[in-house]
Write a protein that binds this ligand. Structure first.
Ligand code: GLN
Ligand code: ZN
Length: 767
């Protein structure tokens, strides 16, 4: 028998039930007992789904009200004092959001991206000399709950080394020095799980997919040699890539099983088999836990059959990682056409695939002949479908000239021409693109989509919004205006819906953080742009004012990063197709008279591979794609880009290689410290470091903004400094936005006065 198991199931519920329950609890519409009951119902439903599919070991401990890393911190008693002495779910909410029913507000813990996924975790706060104290009740309750329902479960825990490495550490020495204090808690927890009747426990160490230094390697050795509990078996799980150079290490750690991600790694099964000690179970992560394509079961059986012959019950089958990253179930999805529907598998279907594979191995292919045939047919239609191939697109890629990613002239030449055209003052003030998405705007979009508002009425109403936004910006005295993006619900969805090769689900929700879910579009075929996507709105806006108007696009890397992307083409090819579609849009915007075009790439950095060895390759194609999209324009057309994070130090050469005329970035919270990276690198083009924190309802004082700008001027020449908020303003209200922007304009004017007699000329750019 090949054993099937799962590393984790999405907890939000097919209809986002978890979100609804938790948010109702926050609004105090339901009490805690009701919330707990709804959580238990969801867990039961998800176990039932997996058990009905025939899975051997169900995951338990994968449920969370907000985030699993946060739960681990709570379970280990790693709770900063500002959150009080409680260790219950209100403490979890308090830590995650800074507020909880009946508690005093406190600054929340930070949130970071979970490895290279679009999920965010709550960062544990750790300090030297930190105490840990085990609070296993919540987990043990869930184990008992599962047993009471008659299921066989395997607790899944975040391993001690990854837990520490994911934390934010304050104090002397290294965070891993906390391991000694931490391990007794893990040891005790494992004993309790054994006593509760568990046979296996899964310990996740996703840090194994990253670059590990000597210290981390030693910590892993130490931890797993010490975590030996008689009568309990441990499955060490590595995912999001393979353990790479640490393969021998993980093979020889004294755990009873090892899970390896065979989808996102480069290891082949025979290498694994040759190194696997005879006592160890190999869990093969063969079903993609991060994407939504149906697996090729026959190809997998080809690979697995010889392994199964050798390992028999020592071979386990699993998804590559937790299924947290895919939607819950496909069978209820009615937003997709039939053909496409058959190419996909969500969490529930992926569990079914595992079980089929298991049966195919144990009982032979004949036992699952019908299902294999069905799968083969679906994959054949995908492979040969006219919808995924567009010869014109392929030909365009083949014929793309080598210099398609180059502007005609270098930045100093362009800057002079642009300035002659734009006549901007020193320290030009602009925004990042979006303005408040009022309930009125949202309703209009919804009603239009549902057919309750005609195209004509929608257009008129949106134009009114745009005109209003333009008038406000003129009154405020901004130098470069935007149309405000009222027509966009989401910066990826908006473009995806107008590009061919993209499809959208109605229920394909994936947790992003806490109760926030996203519905990533599905990029299934060759991408092209049948018709202009933003030109009408942009042209209309530009015609309303004498001042320069910026056209606004989402960049190719971001469009890709925030979608489920086809797995039958290399990512750089997919990205280049997107870049060419955007290039057409850029050309059309220029032709329509837009003197400035901004191409947002907030996701550029998060696409970085987990190991540095992969960075160069990724950055090469990502940068090239941005440049292909942005470079067809004349020298006098100004290209902006925007990124909303502040870790630039290690990718500075790539940022500079984008060769955008202006880059706007998030900088307020870092107090401009990030500009040091730009200064050290001698970043050559213009920069707009954000000076207005848009994540807070607070409006800064003119003096604060001036102070930030003066700090920026210590490292940047005046001629290349722009003034703008950190990011788009869609989540703010108009009164806040007007007050905030008025402050930016006032600060820029004060600064211009300071520089009135100085020897700076915006037409001249220092090189
Ligand atoms: N232009 C987008 C906006 O202003 C940029 C959003 C982003 O960077 N995430 O909303
Ligand atoms: Zn942003």
């Amino acid at each position: 028998m090949a054993v099937t198991h799962n590393l984790g199931f999405p907890r939000i519920g097919a209809g986002r039930e978890l979100k609804q329950a938790v948010e109702a609890y926050w609004r105090q519409e339901i009490d805690r007992e009701t919330l707990e009951r709804r959580g238990a119902e969801l867990r039961a439903r998800h176990w039932e789904l997996q058990a009905a599919a025939g899975l051997d070991w169900l995951p338990v401990g994968d449920f969370s009200w907000y985030d699993g890393v946060l739960d681990t911190a709570l379970m280990l008693g790693a709770v900063p004092v500002r959150f009080g002495a409680g260790r219950d779910l209100d403490t979890a909410f308090h830590m995650a959001r800074g507020r909880a029913p009946g508690r005093r507000d406190a600054p929340p813990c930070a949130m970071l991206k979970w490895f290279d996924t679009n999920y965010h975790y709550i960062v544990p706060e750790l300090a030297s000399g930190q105490d840990f104290e085990l609070h296993p009740e919540a987990l043990l309750d869930q184990v008992r709950e599962l047993q009471a329902l008659g299921y066989r479960g395997k607790p899944v825990l975040l391993g001690p080394v990854s837990f520490l490495l994911l934390g934010r550490y304050q104090g002397d020495g290294h965070v891993l020095e906390l391991l000694d204090a931490l391990l007794p808690c893990y040891g005790r927890l494992l004993e309790l799980l054994r006593d509760a009747g568990c046979e296996w426990v899964q310990l996740d160490e996703p840090c194994l997919a990253t670059d590990l230094d000597e210290r981390a390697v030693r910590a892993l050795e130490q931890a797993y040699h010490r975590l030996q509990v008689p009568g309990l078996k441990l499955l060490l799980a590595s995912y999001f890539g393979d353990p790479g150079e640490h393969l021998d290490l993980v093979m020889h750690l004294p755990t009873d099983g090892l899970h390896v991600d065979l989808v996102h790694g480069t290891l082949d099964l025979s290498t694994l088999l040759d190194r696997l000690p005879p006592y160890k179970v190999l869990s093969a992560g063969v079903i993609d836990g991060r994407n939504i394509w149906r697996a090729d079961l026959e190809a997998l059986l080809d690979r697995l059959e010889p392994v199964y012959r050798r390992l028999q019950e020592r071979l386990w089958l699993a998804p590559s990682c937790s299924l947290l990253h895919v939607p819950v179930r496909l069978d209820r999805e009615d937003g997709l056409d039939q053909e496409l529907h058959r190419w996909l598998a969500f969490a529930r279907e992926k569990v079914q695939e595992l079980v089929l594979l298991g049966r195919g191995l144990a009982d032979g292919r004949d036992a699952v002949r019908k299902q294999l045939a069905e799968c083969r047919r679906a994959l054949q239609t995908r492979r040969h479908s006219g919808r995924i191939r567009d010869e014109a697109v392929r030909e365009r890629l083949r014929a793309l000239p080598a210099d398609a990613d180059r502007r005609a002239s270098p930045f100093p030449v362009r800057a002079a021409l642009q300035q002659r055209r734009l006549q901007l003052p020193l320290f030009p003030v602009t925004t990042i693109g979006s303005f408040p998405q009022t309930t009125e705007i949202r309703r209009l979009r919804r009603d239009h989509r549902a057919g309750r508002v005609s195209d004509h009425d929608y257009r008129t109403a949106m134009q009114r919004e745009i005109a209003e936004a333009v008038a406000r910006q003129e009154r405020l005295g901004l130098d470069v205006l935007v149309h405000g993006e009222p027509e966009r619900n989401d910066m990826v969805e908006y473009f995806g819906e107008q590009l061919s090769g993209y499809a959208f689900t109605r229920q394909g929700w994936v947790q992003s953080y806490g109760t926030r879910c996203v519905k990533p579009p599905i990029l299934y075929g060759d991408v092209s742009r049948p018709r202009p996507m933003t030109v009408d709105w942009a042209r209309y806006a530009a015609g309303l004012t004498e001042r320069p108007m910026k056209g606004m696009l989402t960049g190719p890397v971001t469009l890709m990063q925030w979608s489920f992307v086809r797995d039958d083409l290399p990512p750089d090819t997919v990205c280049l197709q997107l870049a060419l579609a955007l290039r057409d849009e850029v050309e059309d915007l220029e032709r329509a008279g837009l003197p400035i075009i901004q191409i947002d790439e907030p996701a550029l950095r998060e696409g970085l591979p987990l190991r540095r060895a992969g960075w160069g390759d990724y950055l090469d194609w990502a940068v090239r794609c941005f440049r292909v999209a942005s470079s067809p324009v004349a020298d006098g057309t100004q290209i902006h880009t925007h990124m909303c994070y502040s870790a630039f130090n290690d990718i500075m050469p790539a940022i500079a290689a984008l060769d955008a005329d202006v880059i706007t970035i998030e900088a307020t919270r870092s107090g401009m410290r990030l500009l040091d990276a730009f200064a050290d690198f001698s970043y050559p083009n213009a920069i707009g470091p954000g000076v207005y924190d848009i994540h807070s309802p607070r409006v800064p004082a003119v003096e604060e903004v001036l102070e930030l700008l003066r700090r920026a001027l210590r490292v940047l020449p005046a001629e290349r400094l722009w003034v703008n908020p950190d990011c788009g303003l869609k989540t703010r209200s108009w009164p806040e936005v007007e007050a905030g922007l008025a402050v930016l304009v006032a600060a820029a004017r004060r600064l211009r006065e300071d520089y009135a007699g100085a020897d700076v000329d915006p037409r001249r750019v220092r090189v």
